[in-house]
Structure formats: structure tokens, C-alpha cells
Design a protein around this ligand. Structure first.
Ligand code: BG6
Length: 303
């Protein structure tokens, strides 16, 4: 993927004058660049991944690492990687790619539509011989991102095989913040969570989530919205959702960030991941022919 010719062909087929074009992104990878009336943004075919959303008159909402690799076969570090069909390490095969295999794969551009002042971009990926070697299931996954005053991301999964299947999924959103140590994540007080930094022990959140060390928490039974309060940027980001029962809050802090080859040593200060997901006991079971749609809606206001 990613040759100039195919990018030009895709642009001829899907581009909308004044609203969206298919262009060469970082590393020569194809991306849809959205310049709608209500927001600008971008979505790469690599991973079917949103990497930018800038509502009109506001600043960038998502974080992408300056050290990201931008290579087919490697996950982008930042933006909104789609994790599927497992989250973290695969339970029965720790050598399988972390967070599943779709985030490092080229997806197919399905449609670009202008609706009012929003632009919706749909990309898809499906099972093939390669995915069946890692996970013996037949599926079709569509990610539809709508760029407007809100950013709406819908992940639609269909079981196209003849056996029931069970999967995990996450919209692993990296939110850009000015200074992680001043951020508060609100809406999780009193919620049970799995602390992945402490042997997966189950604990109860007390008050807002304040990040002062490596944080890797899976909040259970959370169908409701959460808010990221970022006083240094004077903004509040709200994430509401549908058909998602878990929320992950992650920041690697400095030691882990240093060990990551695709993250700058100081970049851990500049983001918090608040992930809309169905993981752990909230993994989804789908009967043959059935479909599941998880949705995240992000909005920003001044605070
Ligand atoms: C988080 C996980 O969602 O993603 C963490 O809960 C993980 O355990 C992090 O370290 C980053 O994962 P990766 O594979 O992108 O380095």
C-alpha cells in the first residue's frame, strides 16, 4: 500500500473538494485528511486509525509521538489505535502481537461522506489467511470516524463465520494534555478496577484518577462518560460511549516510556490514554451472522 499511484486513485474516488482528500502521510502512508467546516482531522489506512482531531477554533486533541515509526506492519504510537481481537497480551500465546493484529495492518478505505458540517470516514478490515493463523475466526470490522464539533468513532464487528466467537476491543485513545501531573480523570470514583501495575489486583477507585506514577487501570462496569480535566490547557475533554462496559486509563510514566523505542523520553508528560473498550470479563461473544457496535463520542469544552 502507499504508492503515489494508489493514493492518487483513492483521492480521485473518495476526495471531496474542500472537505477531504487522500494524501501521502508520514512514512509515505496513505491518510485521509479532513478539512470540514466543523473540524479538521486525519485518519490513516494503517490500523484504520484516527491520528488528529482539531475542532474548529480549538487545539489538537490527540497526542501522537514524534518517535512513532510510521511503517506498514508497525502500530502508530499515539492517535487512536484499534485493539482487536484481544487486549494486551493474548492469553494463550504471549508471543502473539500485543493488542491484536489490526492496528498494524493496512485497512481498506470504504467511504468518505460529508454530512452537514461533519465528514465521516469509514475503513474496514477482515479475516484472511494471515489473521486465521493468529485467531481462527471469520470477521469483518468497520471503523467509522465522524469529524465534527464532536469526534465520533464507531467500531462495528460482524461475525462472518459459522461458529460463535469471543473478542476484546479498544479504541485506545491518546489524549494530548499539557502536563500529566496536573490532570484529573473524573467519573470513576467508587468503581472497581484491575490494577495491571500491581499483579492485576482488583481495587476500588477513590476520588478522581490523578496520575503520579505508572498507571494502567481497567475500570469495570463503566458504561458511563468520563471527563479529563486539563487545567494547564484550560480544557475539559468528555468521552461518552455506547456498548462499552470497560474504560482503561493508562500512562507509562518515565521509566516505561524510556524503555519504549517509539516514544520520546519526555513525551509521557504530554498524554493520558482513556480507552473506550470491552475487555477482560466484558469481552464480547458474537453468534454467527451477529454484529456488535461500540461507540465513543469525544467533545471538548473550555474550563
Ligand atoms: C494499554 C495497556 O492500554 O496500552 C498497557 O493497558 C500497555 O498495559 C499500553 O502497556 C501500551 O501498549 P503498547 O502495546 O501499545 O505498547
Amino acid at each position: 500500500m502507499g504508492t503515489k499511484e494508489t493514493i492518487a486513485e483513492m483521492n480521485a474516488q473518495f476526495g471531496i473538494a474542500g472537505a477531504a482528500r487522500v494524501v501521502e502521510g508520514k512514512g509515505g502512508l496513505p491518510k485521509v485528511e479532513v478539512t470540514g467546516a466543523a473540524a479538521a482531522g486525519e485518519m490513516y489506512l494503517l490500523g484504520g486509525e484516527v491520528t488528529s482531531w482539531v475542532p474548529r477554533g480549538r487545539e489538537e486533541t490527540l497526542f501522537v509521538s514524534a518517535a512513532s515509526k510510521w511503517e506498514d506492519g508497525k502500530a502508530i504510537r499515539g492517535g487512536v489505535p484499534v485493539c482487536f481481537p484481544w487486549f494486551g497480551n493474548k492469553a494463550d500465546d504471549p508471543k502473539a502481537p500485543a493488542h491484536g493484529f489490526v492496528r498494524a495492518k493496512a485497512w481498506r478505505l470504504e467511504s468518505v461522506e460529508r454530512k452537514g458540517d461533519t465528514v465521516a470516514v469509514s475503513m474496514s478490515t477482515a479475516s484472511d489467511d494471515g489473521t486465521k493463523r493468529l485467531w481462527p475466526a471469520e470477521f469483518r470490522l468497520v471503523h467509522r470516524a465522524t469529524f465534527g464539533a464532536e469526534l465520533t468513532m464507531e467500531l462495528e464487528m460482524r461475525n462472518t463465520g459459522s461458529a460463535p466467537l469471543r473478542f476484546e476491543e479498544a479504541l485506545h485513545t491518546y489524549f494530548r494534555v499539557e502536563d500529566i501531573t496536573k490532570v484529573r480523570v473524573r467519573g470513576l470514583d467508587g468503581i472497581r478496577y484491575i490494577d495491571k501495575t500491581d499483579g492485576f489486583k482488583e481495587k476500588t477507585q477513590l476520588g478522581d484518577v490523578v496520575i503520579g506514577k505508572e498507571t494502567d487501570n481497567v475500570y469495570l462496569g463503566t458504561a458511563h462518560a468520563v471527563e479529563i480535566e486539563d487545567p494547564a490547557m484550560r480544557r475539559r475533554i468528555r468521552v461518552s460511549k455506547e456498548n462499552s462496559l470497560a474504560t482503561v486509563v493508562w500512562n507509562p510514566w518515565f521509566e516505561k516510556a524510556k524503555a519504549m523505542s517509539d516514544m520520546g523520553d519526555d513525551e509521557w508528560r504530554q498524554f493520558v490514554c482513556v480507552e473506550t473498550c470491552n475487555v477482560a470479563k466484558h469481552a464480547v461473544t458474537l453468534e454467527p451472522g451477529a454484529q456488535h457496535r461500540m461507540k465513543a463520542v469525544v467533545s471538548v469544552e473550555e474550563s
